[in-house]
Design a protein around this ligand. Structure first.
Ligand SMILES: Cc1cc2nc3c(=O)[nH]c(=O)nc-3n(C[C@H](O)[C@H](O)[C@H](O)COP(=O)(O)OP(=O)(O)OC[C@H]3O[C@@H](n4cnc5c(N)ncnc54)[C@H](O)[C@@H]3O)c2cc1C
Length: 571
């Protein structure tokens, strides 16, 4: 049965209500209060996405002894010389403005030193302790205040609205709006907009062990992919070293134990309870995430803990100090039966963040006029490895930039006539499982996806594993596309949404595996057992995926070259 979409219009449409989406809404509203702004989100505004889950904190150069140049160099070196230097510079300089805005205008309270200055803690891969935080539950403070500010303004909200396709304009290479499923009723809605922001937060939830919130399934990246936009650095999937390994009976497995634990002196032990990190890297547990995760992956193959992981141990720092400084973490572990302050907790590297995403310019424009991107859906800020604490800085900094840019851009734009055939094709794609006759078991397909990505496109890859993964991913996508689901009711049909989630994840997984196959060296989060060398830093190239093909493009060293430092240049 042909389905029609109900229509709504807005000037500015924001997809996602994390740090990027909410900052964009607030900045656009401040710049142009007369514009109609709509935030559409798969979950409930203020309650979903990963910004709310931020534990450790926000990197920003505030202290007199620190500098934006130093933050920049840490970001470039941590990213193994693959970050786009103009994006990284914007990140470190505007983070200073955003943290002040968060405290002074939006009402956040971050932890302070006895002298009243903002407390900044150690995070791995930093040459200066610059992570601003609120205990170890920083994201709740940020998102609660942002959500209150959005509610207090005349900003429209479409909650439990799932974006399923970007629709281009009729006869024009520009965006005209987005097709949604209103999850509460199951009906299709087309929201026409002069400008659309993609801020759905990526999220590598295609791996067996992962940290991001359950509402994230790479929908934004999958929509960008289908719209033919270039995606960069897609092979760069960050594994956080310390995911909780609580067993197969609980969804808490994979949940992250924050980086500050290692930053403050926590030890990693193998199954024989021996400390091993000093043998792998001089920075030991404080090395960057890629190095620690890889060392752990090798160590857990040799001497695993009972559930196939390793241990984190904090007791030598004093259980009282640990309980005081990491209250949230201690409580979370206690919920799962572990004593973080005084005992050992089983951990495993867990897929945490996608450095890759839609290629974009420093003003958040993309290759498709009218489409803007910010936050974890975008690629290029972090290169081969994101420093802990640079994620929420990225989403808030570029969310604000996007809001400012979009407010100015829509001034001389009108609504565009949508390509009706594309709109119908998008609906037909979503309707597929109700038109087919082959009943499928989504749980079994999900397990296949998890295992394929963890075993073959995970922390250590090689050509054979990647080629095998691509064949398996193609088969999974084929089975999903040909499979049928019971058409019982459309309102809150979670099986249907699971099918849509798996479709997005499988399509994006294929891009990750294809980009990983194209990069014949090992940089940051990407390690090829068959090409273990990092390659020449001077010849650094990033991967750009478009329409099934990967092109390696040279990194432009616009501010500093390998072997140089901005600190020396400044001096
Ligand atoms: C457990 C955990 C801890 C972390 N700790 C830190 C930390 O200490 N420091 C740090 O810097 N970073 C941390 N990060 C990373 C950080 O959370 C992210 O980098 C950042 O918050 C991403 O912001 P965002 O706005 O891009 O996406 P999110 O905040 O994830 O928001 C995405 C939004 O998009 C919505 N959405 C998704 N799909 C759709 C769709 N199809 N249609 C409509 N809406 C959709 C979601 O519901 C959500 O509202 C952590 C991440 C996790 C998972």
């Amino acid at each position: 049965m042909a389905q029609e979409a109900r229509s709504l219009d807005t000037d500015l449409l924001i997809l996602g209500a994390g740090g990027a989406g909410l900052f964009a809404a607030l900045h656009a509203h401040k710049a142009a209060p007369d514009l109609s702004i709509t935030v559409a989100v798969k979950g409930l505004l203020g309650k979903c996405g990963c910004t709310r889950m931020v534990q450790g904190g926000y990197n920003v150069a505030l202290a007199a002894e620190d500098s934006v140049e130093r933050h920049f160099m840490d970001t470039i070196e941590g990213g193994k010389w693959l970050p786009d230097q103009e994006l990284a510079w914007k990140l470190v300089t505007l983070a200073v403005e955003r943290i002040k805005e968060l405290e002074n205008e939006l009402g956040c309270f971050f932890d302070r030193n006895p002298d009243g200055t903002v407390h900044q803690k150690a995070f791995a891969g930093q040459t200066f302790d610059r992570t601003v935080h609120k205990g170890d539950l920083t994201g709740i403070e940020i998102i609660n205040r942002l959500a209150e500010q959005v509610w207090a303004r005349n900003i429209a909200r479409l909650e439990e609205y799932r974006a399923v396709e970007l629709i281009k304009a009729k006869n024009e290479e520009a965006v005209s709006g987005v097709v949604f499923i209103d999850m509460r009723t199951g009906e299709y809605v087309f929201v026409g907009a002069k400008a659309v922001l993609l801020a759905t937060g990526g999220g590598p939830t295609m791996y067996k062990y992962h940290t991001p919130s359950g509402d994230k399934s790479c929908d934004g990246l999958a929509m960008a992919l289908r719209a033919g936009l270039p995606l960069r650095d897609m092979e760069m999937v960050q594994f956080h070293p310390t995911g909780l390994l609580a067993g197969t009976h609980t969804r808490m497995t994979g949940t992250v134990l924050e980086e500050g634990l290692r930053g403050s002196g926590g030890y990693l032990l193998n199954g024989a309870k021996e400390r091993f990190m000093p043998q792998y890297d001089p920075m030991a547990e404080r090395a960057t995430r890629d190095l620690v995760s890889r060392a752990m992956f090798l160590e857990l193959k040799k001497k695993p803990s009972p559930h196939g992981g390793l241990y984190i141990s904090m007791a030598h720092l004093g259980p009282e100090r640990v309980a005081r400084e990491f209250k949230g973490m201690v409580e979370r572990c206690a919920d799962c039966g572990f004593d973080l302050a005084g005992g050992l907790v089983e951990v495993v590297p867990t897929a945490h963040y996608m450095m890759g995403g839609v290629e974009f310019a420093a003003d958040c424009t993309t290759a498709l006029p009218g489409l803007f991107v910010a936050g974890e859906d975008s690629g290029g800020v972090h290169g081969a490895n994101r420093l802990g604490g640079n994620g929420v800085a990225n989403s808030t900094v570029f969310g604000a930039v996007a809001g400012d840019t979009m407010a100015a851009w829509v001034r001389d734009q009108g609504l565009r006539e949508p390509d009706r055939a594309a709109l119908q094709a998008a609906i037909a794609r979503c309707e597929r499982p109700f038109m087919n006759s082959n009943r499928i078991d989504l749980e079994a397909l999900r397990e296949r996806l998890y295992e394929t990505m963890w075993q073959k496109v995970g922390i250590v890859r090689d050509a054979a594993s990647l080629e095998s993964a691509l064949a398996e991913l193609g088969a999974i996508e084929g089975e999903l596309a040909a499979g049928s689901l019971p058409d019982l009711q459309r309102a809150f049909n979670l099986t249907w949404h699971d099918w849509l989630n798996l479709m997005s994840l499988t399509q994006v997984s294929r891009v990750v595996a294809t980009a990983a196959l194209a990069r014949c060296n090992s940089r940051g989060a990407h390690f090829r057992a068959d090409f273990p060398d990092a390659g020449s830093l001077e010849q650094s190239a990033y991967s750009s995926y478009r329409d099934g093909a990967v092109t390696m493009k040279p990194v432009a060293f616009t501010r500093v070259r390998p072997g140089q430092s901005l600190l020396q240049n400044a001096a």
